[in-house]
Ligand binder design. Structure first.
Ligand SMILES: Nc1ncnc2c1ncn2[C@@H]1O[C@H](COP(=O)(O)OP(=O)(O)OP(=O)(O)O)[C@@H](O)[C@H]1O
Length: 888
């Protein structure tokens, strides 16, 4: 028992026994209370008791958050694949790889992943270098074509509404933008889409723009890799839609566009009203399609037709036929009895006249043609009446005949504009990429002849795939003496042999019975039963009254209802109708019926038993199954010369809703797409191989001193050495007799290393060239610098010299000045000293002289003073005596 912890991821398998129930991923929320609580991917909680713990299995770590390449999933089973797609889808990541197979889940919303920037990002990038994307497939187709000089093809399959046509358009858009400037031819190739969609697409309950035909677009490129042309091959247009639509479905878009977009004058010329006036347009009770603008689409169709060289006359003739179809659809039949036989008559109305006028036939002839039939009884032709139901059937057969041939003519017309057959010698230099947008495996409640054809095509494609991925590899491994693990896989060769290859196969028996005059659906079933009842791929009816048989296809058993098989397979028109067309004055209708008329005129007719047991005359055109088988054989031949890529489109829900993932629906599609086988086969084998020479030439860059293959003596040894050096000894790659065998991731690793090595070498070359250039430049600059330095230094030296000279002069002057000054100062000092002494001497002499004089003067003065004082005193004494005498 597994010990679980909170947060662990597990698989929950409730073993409901329902065919499309697979284990769901879940995370453990609680596990400590005895019961285990888990939350599954759908958001539902479950409590699981220890007894039921066998329902739980741990999840491989690679499955927890999802991987880009499902080959790397540890849980390589339906549940693992489904969960991986689911978690990526929830993150709006719609593309996932399985090796080089791309799985695309329709997002039903516009994602910002198809911009010009994305185109640039994905250009010239090997698968795996960038996250999975449809652009990566387109890019690898393109660069493989150029690198390997080999045609490429891309097989896009899936259910209705899964996104095949959108993927095809995205690839075309990518190729047109990377292959060069938008040229006229590229525009023509791109403009073919609106025309094809108008005439071949319709609103169905599964898809508002459902392609009701398969197509193979072969795009041709010239040596330079520019688009040079394209050729479209169409398969199995659903003609019955012109006359009948299921509830909520519409007829082909072109009818509604024409009625909305034509001007009143044109409409009145064609006698047209509005969509609701026509039985053929209202059977599904739905004349408008949300999100489509029929009026706008009409002008797009018109301009696309101009680009593709439809003349105005041709355009008008097409409109006339479309209008005639609508008028014929409004014809009513009334029951009559003629000579005790059920007969009918067309109710008088303008519809017959309008239809006859547009077809340019006599209205009476139309009446006769739709109400009677010419039979040959005992060599004589007899005209017998038709019942009302037969009348309707003949009318519808005529209408389907017109539309089917018109569609073929339109495709041919487009091809005439876009495809130029090249002389055989030129073809060698032209390469092509083929895009196959074809209905996937179908298994409805009631499956008819169309489903048989579709599933037959899918068996072929599955076989092609298996052959490509497994059988050829196995053969090659054996041839090359490679050890490899034998894996079980479903080889559908037996089923294919039973359907179409071995003598008395199912298709040939249906064909034979279709040509047999007395053949009916019941006799055909009887023959099928007796021929194949012992074949394990054939499921016989359980009771004799049952009208269905089963085939064990690669994707499961499908039961086919045989009612109507022969009629559908004959796909022929009664000779009366061909005669009516022959009598027409309308050149266009005669042109589209050209082959039938020619056959009719040759009298090349077949006879079949009519319900009235008379012999009908019909033109003996090839049956639908033989035509389909032939075009399928051609297609398979073309594909087998190409290097293939596979895109598996998955529709996540039936409601055209974003972010809604219906697990059951997706498992069914995964199973029907043969995905499981493909994953196992691819993972177990060695998808990448190179001859020794190719390998050495491509990867010698990874080992120093390795010579080109042409100069090698031991190519095998060199290969081995390179592979060992890069991939290691023990990894799962092998070396055979002439080739080396690798897994996808080895290729990626080698390419990454090669890229690195080349980048290093390029950098080295760039470095050397830049170095040389820089050195030369440097030397030049250095020379110039030295010259400048020289000049500068000279200049500076000269300038300095001059300054120095001036300085020296000044110094000299200063020095001399100083010397003179010092001398002068000394002299001056001496002189001053001398002067001082002299002056001293003189002063002293003068002093003594003056002193003596002063002394003499003083003595004289003192004598004077003393005399004066004496005189004064005597005078004063006299005066005082006088005064005393006076007073007294
Ligand atoms: N990559 C995409 N991004 C956004 N929407 C898409 C994408 N692919 C498909 N769709 C939506 O899904 C619708 C159906 O796609 P598409 O017509 O390509 O389906 P189909 O497989 O060709 O169906 P049918 O077989 O009926 O023609 C488109 O009209 C578009 O709305």
């Amino acid at each position: 028992m597994v010990i679980l912890q909170q947060g662990d991821y597990v698989w929950l398998d409730f073993k409901t026994g329902k065919p499309f129930d697979v284990p769901v991923g879940a995370v453990v929320k609680l596990c400590d209370s005895g019961l285990i609580q888990v939350l599954d991917d759908e958001g539902q909680e479950h409590w699981i008791s220890p007894q039921n713990a066998t329902n739980i299995k741990p999840m491989h770590p690679t499955s927890i958050h999802g991987v880009e390449d499902m080959i790397r999933l540890g849980d390589l089973n339906e549940a693992g694949i489904l969960r991986n797609l689911f978690i990526r889808y929830n993150e709006r990541v719609i593309y996932t790889y399985t090796g080089s197979i791309l799985v695309s889940v329709n997002p039903y919303q516009l994602l910002p992943i198809y911009t010009a920037d994305h185109i640039r990002l994905y250009t010239n990038k090997k698968i795996g270098k960038m996250p999975p994307h449809i652009f990566s497939i387109a890019d690898n187709c393109y660069f493989n074509m150029q690198r390997n000089n080999k045609d490429q093809c891309c097989i896009i399959s899936g259910e209705s509404g899964a996104g095949k046509t959108e993927s095809t358009k995205l690839i075309l858009q990518f190729l047109a933008s990377i292959s060069g400037q938008h040229s006229w031819i590229e525009q023509q190739v791109l403009e073919a889409t609106p025309i094809l969609e108008a005439f071949g697409n319709a609103k169905t309950i599964r898809n508002d723009n459902s392609s009701r035909f398969g197509k193979y677009i072969d795009i041709h490129f010239n040596k330079k890799g520019a688009i040079e042309g394209a050729k479209i091959e169409q398969y199995l247009l659903e003609k019955s839609r012109v006359c009948r639509q299921a509830p909520d479905e519409r007829n082909y878009h072109v009818f509604y566009c024409m009625l909305q977009g034509m001007n009143p004058e044109q409409k009145s010329k064609l006698g047209l009203g509005q969509a609701s006036d026509y039985t053929y347009l209202t059977m599904g009770n739905c004349t408008v399609c949300e999100g489509r603008d029929d009026m706008n689409d009409y002008s797009s169709i018109q301009s696309a037709m101009k680009v593709l060289m439809f003349t105005d006359t041709e355009n008008w003739e097409i409109s006339k036929l479309l209008a005639a179809i609508l008028h014929m659809g409004n014809m009513r039949f009334e029951a009559r009895m003629i000579k005790n036989l059920d007969a009918c008559e067309i109710v008088r109305s303008s519809n017959l006249a309008k239809a006859a006028a547009l077809l340019e036939v006599d209205p009476q002839d139309v009446m006769t043609c739709l109400t009677t039939r010419t039979l040959i009884t005992r060599g004589e032709s007899v005209c017998t009446p038709l019942s009302v139901d037969q009348g309707f059937d003949v009318r519808d057969a005529f209408v389907k005949g017109i539309y089917g041939r018109l569609f073929v003519w339109i495709v041919d017309k487009i091809n005439a504009a876009t495809y130029r057959a090249l002389p055989t010698k030129d073809r060698v230099i032209y390469r092509s990429i083929g895009l196959l947008d074809i209905f996937g495996f179908e298994n409805f409640t009631i499956n008819s002849f169309e489903q048989l054809c579709i599933n037959f095509a899918n068996e072929n494609l599955q076989q092609f795939f298996v052959q490509h991925v497994f059988k050829l590899e196995q053969e090659e491994y054996n041839l090359e003496h490679i050890n490899w693990l034998h894996i079980e896989f479903t080889d559908n060769q037996d089923a294919l042999d039973m359907i179409a290859n071995k003598p008395m196969n199912i298709i040939s028996l249906i064909d034979e019975e279709s040509r047999f005059p007395k053949g009916t659906d019941a006799t055909m079933l009887h023959k099928l039963n007796s021929q194949h009842k012992l074949n394990t791929n054939y499921v016989s009816p359980k009771h004799s009254h049952e009208t269905q048989f089963g085939i064990q296809h690669f994707a499961g058993v499908v039961y086919y209802e045989t009612k109507g098989f022969l009629e559908k397979n004959r796909d022929s028109l009664h000779s009366d109708i061909i005669q009516l067309v022959h009598s027409s004055k309308n050149k266009f209708i005669k042109q589209i019926f050209q082959a039938d008329v020619a056959m009719f005129l040759c009298g090349y007719v077949q006879t079949t038993m009519s319900p009235q047991q008379g012999m009908e005359t019909r033109k003996r055109s090839p049956t639908l199954s033989s035509q389909f088988k032939r075009s399928l054989e051609m297609l398979m031949r073309t594909l087998s010369t190409c290097q293939p890529f596979f895109v598996r489109c998955i529709k996540p829900n039936e409601f055209k809703m974003p972010m809604s993932f219906d697990r059951g629906l997706c498992v069914r599609q995964l199973r029907y797409s043969g995905m499981m086988e493909t994953i196992r086969i691819r993972r177990a084998g060695y998808p990448i191989r190179y001859t020794f020479a190719e390998f050495v030439d491509r990867y010698r860059v990874l080992m120093l001193m390795t010579k080109p293959a042409s100069l090698q003596e031991d190519l095998r040894g060199t290969c081995q050495r390179i592979a060992t050096a890069v991939l290691g000894h023990n990894d799962d790659w092998q070396i055979g007799k002439t080739k080396i065998f690798l897994k996808d991731h080895h290729d990626m690793q080698l390419e990454i290393e090669r890229d690195k090595a080349i980048t290093n070498k390029v950098i080295f070359i760039q470095k050397s060239v830049r170095g040389k250039k820089q050195r030369a430049n440097f030397l030049k600059v250095r020379r110039s610098v030295i010259l400048i330095q020289k000049m500068w230094r000279g200049y500076i030296c000269r300038k300095n010299y001059r300054v120095m000279c001036a300085g020296f002069l000044r110094l000299q002057a200063l020095w001399r000045a100083r010397k003179h000054y010092l001398l002068y100062r000394e002299v001056r000092k001496q002189i001053i000293l001398l002067q001082g002494q002299c002056r001293g001497f003189l002063v002293r002499q003068t002093f003594w002289r003056r002193l003596n004089a002063i002394r003499i003067i003083q003595a004289y003065a003192r004598g004077m003073i003393a005399e004066t004082v004496q005189e004064t005193q005597s005078r004063e004494g006299a005066q005082a005596g006088s005064r005393e005498a006076a007073s007294g």
